[in-house]
Ligand binder design. Sequence first.
Ligand code: COA
Length: 150
Amino acid sequence: MSIAIRTAKKNDIPLVLDLLYELGRPKPKKDSDLDLFRNLVKKQISDSDKTILVAEADDVNIVGMISMIVLPRLNKRGPEIYVPELVVTKKYQNQGIGTLLMKACISFGKKRNCHNIRLESGLFREEAHKFYKKLGFESTSYSFSKNFEN
Ligand SMILES: CC(C)(COP(=O)(O)OP(=O)(O)OC[C@H]1O[C@@H](n2cnc3c(N)ncnc32)[C@H](O)[C@@H]1OP(=O)(O)O)[C@@H](O)C(=O)NCCC(=O)NCCS
């Protein structure tokens, strides 16, 4: 199997959305939700401070994606790279594709003078935690969030 990591294109939007649903993100409940989700991916692809990389297997199937945002930080040497989403489809997991995506993301961040990479991972994602630790990530903080919709 050959794996190529490349920047996502507009044609990839439906497959990127499928990967996000697999990650556990909400599925559209109505047409307007789908339009919104498509537009958000489109915007992320065309924004110079954000990007989405996809993993393409054997020149055909998109089997994984990573999204990233360059975030300015105060009193640090440079911005940081924040990773809101990373997923490899079940059938292709544990074959090195997540590692390739993360390495490409780190290269992107270094080219943009980022000083570190940061992400959040749900407490239940124990396999993902092993993956991050294997790649040299350290667990350094708690994450707090508050839902405004309830
Ligand atoms: C986490 C994830 C992105 C890693 O990508 P991947 O291509 O499966 O990982 P790689 O093959 O590059 O790395 C394998 C390592 O990751 C861990 N790992 C990840 N998924 C695993 C799985 N399903 N089974 C076993 N180990 C797994 C192991 O530590 C493994 O190392 P080992 O082979 O020495 O045991 C991918 O498994 C995934 O999408 N999981 C579901 C969604 C998710 O949790 N995303 C992260 C959100 S924070």
